[in-house]
Design a protein around this ligand. Structure first.
Ligand code: GDP
Ligand code: IMO
Ligand code: MG
Length: 427
């Protein structure tokens, strides 16, 4: 068997959680492979709207194992709160949630370091979610981190205090940064974590594949936030692209099957950094209002703009996307005409790829205008009801990126999902 991968092709918040939830019945295991509580994945069904941060989006479906992989960073406190909220909804996680012993722990001092670092950057700040993601991955690659498996050791408290004290020393370097550090609740959450199912997930993943189990790897953030291929330094601290599923779960590249690329019919970004098609006018405001574009984790307003085809093609390439899911087509129903960026003007030349720098002084988007599909799409349930102009928009995108759009989403609910074409399963 192969592991299918599902990930974001833009700047995050594409609707990954929704599609994982829709696809979960086809899989035995849903596994998160990177990121942490900076993510906010929204699921809507049966009148329930729920946001997941670290827990995989298969958790609401019975008979599916949800694995938090080694590439993920976990804040035990947020993790516990997430589980409490699920228990309140009647979800029994005792049998269907497992955590990799090799996943790294976010310490309270990692969060403080994140805040101190952002404050010190001033106007140049990343716009981090302030969940401690950057400092935790820095400790991982710096070989100082603490992992979930360490909490089973009798030396854990000593190791925790050593790292915490090191961080306190580092915090003293940030002039004027004031904080209080109370880790009692965090340590209680560590005890709670000890009671959960901790696994050597790379073994379990490979054993599951050998026994014919179907696995879907769930990405967080999006390609333009990837530490290598995103708009560095305005990125997150992990590999969000499909290759991240290999290192984040312990599966070999030749085990990757389908790669589902999720994208919005337009673009959004939350936090700082370049965004070539960003709209600073009433059109962008209309997109934000119609699309309810406010962050699922921080509540911050998302920046909005038209679809960017050079960016999308880049993302399709670096991920090896085999099929695409287009989200939020209903939101563009508020416009008579749709603009789509097909090229950039870059140093006096028209180019159709993403250059090294995409700041406003480097690239100027070139748009094509297409007829829109004014009206309300949210009630559509069959292919026959989809307006021809929307099908033309989909065909235009497929032609530009060379990969089929197999799923069309017309609302946040599970039921508001249409299959455009049969999935092309990679054997
Ligand atoms: P994720 O981080 O990629 O899982 O995406 P988020 O949950 O952060 O943001 C996507 C938002 O769009 C959520 O509020 C979803 O409920 C909502 N959403 C998903 N698909 C659609 C859609 O097709 N139409 C509309 N209107 N909303 C959608
Ligand atoms: P999901 O999985 C959108 C952004 C932050 C900031 C940058 C770095 O819901 O799509 P970090 O907290 O990682 O240090 O922030 O990345 N960011 C996201 N934007 N969706 C996300 O996750 C994001 N996770 C991080 O806003 O610009
Ligand atoms: Mg999100």
């Amino acid at each position: 068997m192969k592991v299918d991968v599902l990930l974001g092709l833009q700047w995050g918040d594409e609707g990954k959680g929704k599609i994982v939830d829709v696809l979960t019945p086809e899989y035995d295991v849903i596994a998160r492979f990177q990121g942490g509580p900076n993510a906010g994945h929204t699921l809507e069904f049966d009148g329930i709207k729920h946001v997941l941060h670290t827990i995989p989006s298969g958790v609401f479906r019975e008979d599916t194992l949800n694995v938090v992989g080694n590439g993920v960073v976990i804040d035990p406190l947020i993790f516990k709160k997430e589980i409490d909220a699920l228990v309140d909804l009647g979800v029994d996680i005792s049998a269907n949630l497992a955590i990799s012993r090799k996943a790294h722990l976010i310490l309270p001092t990692h969060r403080l370091l994140d805040a101190a670092s952002e404050a010190a950057k001033g106007k140049a700040k990343i716009g981090s979610t302030l969940k401690g993601i950057g400092p935790t991955y820095m400790d991982k690659t710096g070989r100082n981190g603490l992992r979930v498996g360490d909490i089973e050791s009798s030396h854990f408290e000593a190791r925790y205090h050593a790292l915490r004290n090191k961080h306190v020393g580092m915090l003293a370097q940030f002039d004027g940064f004031e904080y209080t550090l109370d880790d009692a609740e965090w340590l209680d959450a560590i005890s709670f974590l000890r009671g959960l199912t901790l696994i050597d997930s790379e073994h379990d993943m490979n054993a599951a594949l050998k026994s014919g189990k179907r696995i879907l790897a769930e990405g967080a953030q999006g390609t333009m936030l990837d530490i290598d291929f995103g708009t560095y330094p305005f990125v997150t601290s992990s590999n969000t692209i499909s290759a991240g599923a290999c290192t984040g779960l312990g599966i070999a590249p030749n085990r990757v099957g389908d790669v589902f690329g999720i994208f919005k019919a337009y673009c959004t970004r939350v936090g700082s950094g370049p965004f070539p098609t960003e709209l600073h006018d009433e059109v962008g405001e209309k997109m934000r209002a119609e699309g309810h574009e406010f962050g699922a984790t921080t509540g911050r307003p998302r920046r909005c703009g038209w679809l960017d085809l050079p960016q999308l093609r880049y993302a399709v390439d670096v991920n090896g996307a085999t099929q695409l899911c287009m989200m939020k087509a209903d939101v563009l129903g508020c416009f008579d005409e749709i603009h789509v960026c097909t090229h950039y003007m870059h140093r006096g030349k028209k180019i159709d790829h993403l250059p090294f720098g995409i700041e406003p002084d480097e690239v100027e988007p070139v748009y094509t205008t297409l007829p829109g599909w004014p009206g309300d799409l949210t009630g559509i349930r069959t292919l026959e009801e989809v307006p021809q102009t929307l099908l033309n928009y989909v065909a235009f995108i497929e032609d530009a990126v060379g990969v089929p759009v197999t799923v069309l989403s017309v609302g946040p609910d599970r039921a508001q999902t249409l299959t455009l074409k049969a999935a092309q399963t990679v054997a």
